[in-house]
Design a protein around this ligand. Structure first.
Ligand code: NAD
Length: 242
């Protein structure tokens, strides 16, 4: 098969969907996993003239992560780009946060990213090349009241990105992160109007970002034009001023 292969975790909605479409336009064969799959996604991607492989999976479960990576590798024979996009929020103030709310966010966002890195890196080492791009958040850089669990998970992703980049640079594997600000997706649709107004007042450009704003940066990091960039986190937040 001629196409390079990009695997986007949780890649059937929101930012992941925009990334899958952009990487399909770039000519990548696409693989995605998700807790629940939707058949329309596959047709939508195949309209770009590239193959699409969907698989049910839970990034927080190590066995499922390993099986997903193995299934994608068996299907396509290679994995060139891993985009760690799957993520959840369980917002609450520290004083009210239950252990389950803390753990579930760490398990999906941080441990899930670790699981995928753990099982894709041996494949990329054998291929002698690869790109790992993880979706962090501006909240992992600056913090946000009500999100100690989420900000810890995203700050953790930024740290893992820097460390893994150093471990695998000599193997020609580039590891970077993208830290979105507030992007209009099913995740942020849950915010109240008052919360959205509060957020808008902090954004220099005075608008929420689009999923395509993030997909464009992922496309750059997955492509040839970024071949001397590793260990970096690119903040895409419209100029947040808090
Ligand atoms: P979204 O809810 O549309 O996408 C997240 C996807 O991950 C969903 O499809 C969900 O089903 C999937 N997912 C959740 N748990 C999973 C698991 N255990 N295994 C596999 N898939 C799982 O929201 P989004 O806004 O598109 O978020 C995508 C990424 O961008 C997330 O990592 C999120 O933290 C990050 N992000 C979003 C924003 C924003 O403003 N929307 C800002 C910064 C960072």
């Amino acid at each position: 098969m001629e196409n390079k292969v990009a695997f986007i975790t949780g890649g059937t909605t929101g930012i992941g969907l925009a990334i899958a479409k952009q990487l399909a336009k770039d000519g990548f064969a696409i693989a995605v996993n998700n807790i629940v799959l939707n058949e329309d996604f596959q047709k939508e991607i195949e309209e770009y003239g590239v193959p699409c492989f969907m698989i049910q999976g839970d990034v927080s479960d190590e066995k499922s992560a390993e099986e997903n990576i193995n299934a994608i590798f068996e299907h396509y024979g290679r994995i060139d780009v891993l985009v760690n996009n799957a993520g959840i929020t369980r917002d609450n103030l520290l004083m009210r946060m239950k252990e389950e709310e803390f753990e579930s966010v760490i398990n999906v966002n941080l441990k899930g990213t670790y699981h995928m890195m753990r099982y894709v890196v041996p494949i990329m080492i054998k291929q002698r090349s690869g790109r790992i791009i993880s979706i962090a958040s501006v909240v992992g850089v600056k913090g946000n009241a009500g999100q100690i669990n989420y900000s810890a998970s995203k700050a953790g992703i930024i740290g893992m990105t820097k460390s893994l980049a150093q471990e695998v640079a000599s193997r020609n594997i580039l590891v970077n992160a993208v830290a979105p600000g507030f992007i209009r997706t099913p995740m942020t649709d849950k915010l109240t109007d008052a919360q959205k107004q509060g957020i808008l007042s902090q954004i220099g450009l005075k608008r929420m970002g689009t999923a395509e704003d993030i997909a464009n940066v992922v496309s750059f990091l997955a492509g040839e034009k970024s071949s001397y960039i590793t260990g970096q986190t690119i903040v895409v937040d419209g100029g947040m001023i808090y």
